[in-house]
Ligand binder design. Structure first.
Ligand code: AMP
Length: 395
């Protein structure tokens, strides 16, 4: 039975979000709707989820001692990682001491490392993937490139969202790819994966939710990445019956291997009827923001329900939909979001402004535009029109 206590009383049901970005913010809202007390954690103050949570803590989540301190202080019923940059070994230890880590500490620890997940998928579960090799030194890297061949994609094993990732299209780019992998990843250098470049027809995210009633799938989400970073997504992505069946089979296998309750973003490449597993993250996925307009239960609502042990009776797709990230490419300490009246003047549209306090590093996703229509093309075109009407002033 799933029961929830009273917030701020000794029987409150507490959830702690590790990572307080735009995805965490939506999870926080869904948990609040179900009556939980939400504690948001991140490395900087006033992060998006902190603004809707009951309380927040600013710590480096890579600092195992600091992480342990806030967990023991708050004693949450659920620890919900929303980013990869966490001292995941500490989560494994905390789980051993009785804390509930979503979906499991093992899954969180395992998926932050591309090596573990690739080996599990390709070698233990027998899934098709791009050809790959790992390299820890420049010499091993040169060997790996030779073995895999050009073109190939080089990624730090500890990275996501395109950080430290590059594509080698000819020999002149080999050295630069190594340099990029050693400076751009999360862990600052270290081992890389060299993957054969897949000339796919399209790539999808198959949102897969493990819940107390079984495993459910959302309709496949197509997306466009720029330098490994999501810019647009749409749902449903048209797929042949065989490819979809294979994709679901892969998603079921990999999420069963990881276990626990919650939503997973399973990324796959599709070429004709052939499906190649790419990667999986045990949390809501940025391309899945489209579900905030396309479905009866968004990926965030599904995550919240699954975590609490609530079965998911049905995921209803309301209709073809699209999302478009709004990226600001100029450092700014203060922003003004202009023309919301125009942006939202069209039927079946919505938006989220993430309320990030500033733009640093010359590049930050600040909002998302959402539309539903009778075709994904029309929904996508609507988000393009919305973007044209949307102005973000920087100060
Ligand atoms: P990842 O961080 O592994 O999801 O990679 C980010 C994006 O880079 C993917 O969504 C693809 O668009 C592209 N990509 C990654 N690996 C490959 C590959 N082996 N072949 C072609 N494109 C790739």
């Amino acid at each position: 039975m799933t029961n929830v206590g009273t917030v701020f009383k000794k029987n409150s049901t507490k959830a702690m979000l590790l990572g307080s970005g735009e995805l965490g913010r939506e999870v926080a809202i869904e948990l609040k709707r179900l009556g939980l007390e939400v504690v948001a954690v991140d490395k900087y103050a006033d992060a998006p989820a902190m603004q809707v949570a009951d309380r927040s803590h600013v710590i480096s989540m890579l600092d195992a001692d600091a992480l342990e301190r806030v967990v023991l202080e708050e004693n949450p019923a659920y620890i919900i990682p929303e980013v990869e940059a966490i001292a995941t070994q500490k989560l494994v230890e905390l789980e051993g001491r009785g804390f509930n880590v979503v979906p499991t500490a093992g899954a969180v620890n395992f998926t932050m490392n591309r090596k573990g997940i690739r080996t599990l998928a390709a070698e233990k579960l027998g899934m098709k993937t791009s050809p790959y090799a790992f390299a820890g030194t420049k010499e091993e890297f040169l060997e790996a490139v030779k073995k895999i061949g050009i073109p190939c994609v080089v990624k730090p094993i500890m990275s996501s969202s395109g950080h430290g990732q590059s594509t080698v299209r000819d020999e002149s780019q080999i050295d630069a790819a190594w340099e990029c992998s050693q400076t751009g990843g999360r862990a600052g250098g270290g081992e890389v994966i060299v993957e054969g470049f897949v000339d796919f027809d399209y790539e999808i995210t198959l949102l897969t939710v493990r819940h107390s009633g079984g495993t459910s799938f959302c309709a496949p989400i197509g997306h466009e990445q720029v330098s490994g970073d999501y810019r647009r997504s749409w749902q449903p992505h048209p797929m042949g019956a065989l490819a979809l069946e294979r994709a679901k089979d892969y998603a079921k296998k990999i999420t069963d291997a990881l276990g626990g309750y919650g939503i997973f973003g399973v990324e796959m490449f599709v070429r004709g009827d052939e499906v190649l597993f790419s990667e999986v993250s045990p949390r809501p996925h940025d391309t899945g923001m489209v579900t905030m307009i396309s479905q009866n239960l968004s990926e965030f609502a599904l995550h919240a329900r699954a975590i609490l042990g609530i079965p998911i009776p049905e995921i209803e797709l309301y209709g073809p939909s699209a999302s478009r990230a709004v990226v600001v490419e100029k450092n700014s300490e203060m922003l003004e979001y202009c023309g919301l009246d125009k942006v939202l003047s069209r039927p079946n549209t919505d938006m989220r402004i993430f309320s990030k306090p500033c733009v640093t590093g010359g590049h930050r996703r600040m909002a998302v535009l959402l539309a539903r229509s009778d075709t994904v093309e029309r929904a996508d075109a609507t988000t393009a029109e919305m973007l044209a009407d949307f102005e973000i002033k920087t100060f």
